[in-house]
Design a protein around this ligand. Sequence first.
Ligand SMILES: [Zn+2]
Length: 394
Amino acid sequence: MSGEQGGPDPAAAPGRRVGALAGARPGPLLLCTGGIHGNEPAGVRALEQVLAELEREPGAFRGRLLGLAGNLAALRRNTRYLDVDLNRAWRPDRLALVDREQVPVDSECLEQRELLAELRAAIGQAREQVCFLDLHTSSAPGTPFACIGDTLRNRRFAKPFAVPVILGLEEQIDGALLEHLNNAGLVTLGFEGGQHQAPESVENHAAAIWTGLLAAGCLPPGDARVRRARELLRSRGGDVPRVLEIRYRHGLRPEDEFRMRPGFRNFCEVRAGQVLADDSRGGIEAFYPARVLLPLYQGLGDDGFFLAREVSRFWLRLSWWMRRLRLDRLVHWLPGVRRHPSRAGALLVDQRVARWFTIEVFHLLGYRKRRQEGGLLVVSRRAHDLRQPQRIRI
Ligand SMILES: [Zn+2]
């Protein structure tokens, strides 16, 4: 269904469950959400298209596909969210509240409760690998790309997607659905399909779903629709490195009066010292040569922009071997590093002692999340790097 300019139509509001399909043969489960942000209807439209096509012609489809719409109330109003950003709401404290309270505390509470019920029911029935694909669009135009938490399972899933892959984006923000499900043991990938209203964004998302069905193991590589989808994504790739990592997030407070300077697209290269935006304190410069991601050109949101840099093949290989050899089990022997007393998978780092080696070492071993705690640096990594847990609880 198309809007007046041929773009995704915000008025054609979906139900929670866009569709579900079970193959004749058992297999993996692919969960897919669109419209977690209500001004991003393209993912929902793409899910409708792919589910309809698969129902007509399942081919060699096996396993299950469940398509869900995210923030229904916000989708109806074509706004990012009403009370709470639904993609920042998957924190343990908030989830406990959503599970416990009978009366919704805000508009997104109800959305979240329904999504949880759908996801839990589907995961509860799964007997094989469970994968999750989250579809988004952005306010700036640019090349489509994928985001993954840096686990080896996610890297394998991302391989067939012929678009740039970003490591460590959700590590920069708290409460993303992708991170919540990744931490619970699912294989996860976020897909940015392009600009919110661009008709190509729906095509890109549909291609991402077909590719996701291949990556999950629901469809074989020879399926003509999968082949076409991968070719489409390859043609949209542009001159961008294959793997990048987030090095900086410019977070916003309401009083900042942040304004992005015009003309930045996703992945455009910037020089050290180049002014990217302005706020109440003046111009905001890039600290080093990098590529800009997700520059904010819309009213809502608390991420101004991100800076990313290329990751070399050598580094990817090296980190793969280090993790296969489980060198992470030795890292707390380094001077100034010890295990966190209460959090599994987290380390306390005294930077006065440990300054001779850099954050790169932690990145190699998958420790990407950084927080300050009582004068010490806390770094943590994702669980389930190498295999799915026996039971997934979300
Ligand atoms: Zn989004």
